[in-house]
Design a protein around this ligand. Structure first.
Ligand code: FES
Ligand code: FES
Length: 205
């Protein structure tokens, strides 16, 4: 039997691996993301009309945009920079779905005014990739099925990254504590915890 005539077999695991790779990694291929990786984003119109200039770094690139004082960080990331990997879920600072790193610490980007990020470094899920290569935490989430619908996953992965940046060898209890600000409506918690522990082991091996 040649390869073409072999019946294709599909397993839940293979299916989830395919879905998972997309959820944890494909945010990098939307146009805005490749743009931000190639150039400094700078709006040249003048300040005024209630807008103020916000200069910060996002995923290692300098960004300069005009924002209203009420604009939240997630609005800048998603609406202005087209970094749509960060998800807006509750929009009330309760679920962690919008988690990004601000100077290496996890913050809820729906709950932070963009101007409060002035001069700081923001890392989003897109910033974890090296080219098209997944970060070890992203790989671990795929490998250990750390997601179901995947909507909370970018926030979970960024919370995990914040945890591992400050504690590269967390105990299970420390992982539970470090991930406690991120809710998963699908209750994928056992595999999320497994993924974070596996990622830490891989990073340290
Ligand atoms: S969307 Fe920001 S905490 Fe829920
Ligand atoms: S995987 Fe569905 S909300 Fe977490």
């Amino acid at each position: 039997m040649n390869d073409k005539s072999k019946p294709k077999t599909f397993s839940r695991r293979n299916f989830l691996k395919g879905i998972g790779s997309g959820v944890v990694g494909s945010y990098m291929v939307v146009p805005g993301l490749s743009n931000i990786s190639k150039k400094i984003i700078e709006e040249t119109e003048n300040e005024g009309n209630g807008k103020e200039r916000l200069a910060l770094k996002v995923n290692g690139k300098k960004v300069s945009v005009l924002v209203e004082p009420r604009t939240t960080l997630i609005e800048v990331l998603r609406d202005r920079l087209k970094l749509t990997g960060t998800k807006l879920v509750c929009n009330q600072g309760e679920c962690g779905g919008c988690t990004v790193l601000l100077d290496g610490k996890a913050v809820y980007s729906c709950h932070l005014l963009a101007l409060d990020a002035a001069g700081k470094e923001v890392t989003t899920i897109e910033g974890l990739l090296t080219g098209e290569k997944l970060h070890p935490i992203q790989e671990a989430f795929v490998e250990h099925d750390g997601l179901q619908c995947g909507f909370c996953t970018p926030g979970q992965i960024m919370a995990a990254q914040a945890l591992l940046l400050k504690n590269s060898k967390p105990t299970r209890e420390e992982v539970l504590d470090g991930m406690s600000g991120n809710i998963c409506r699908c209750a994928a918690y056992p595999n999320i915890i497994k993924s974070v522990i596996a990622a830490a082991e891989n990073i340290n091996s």
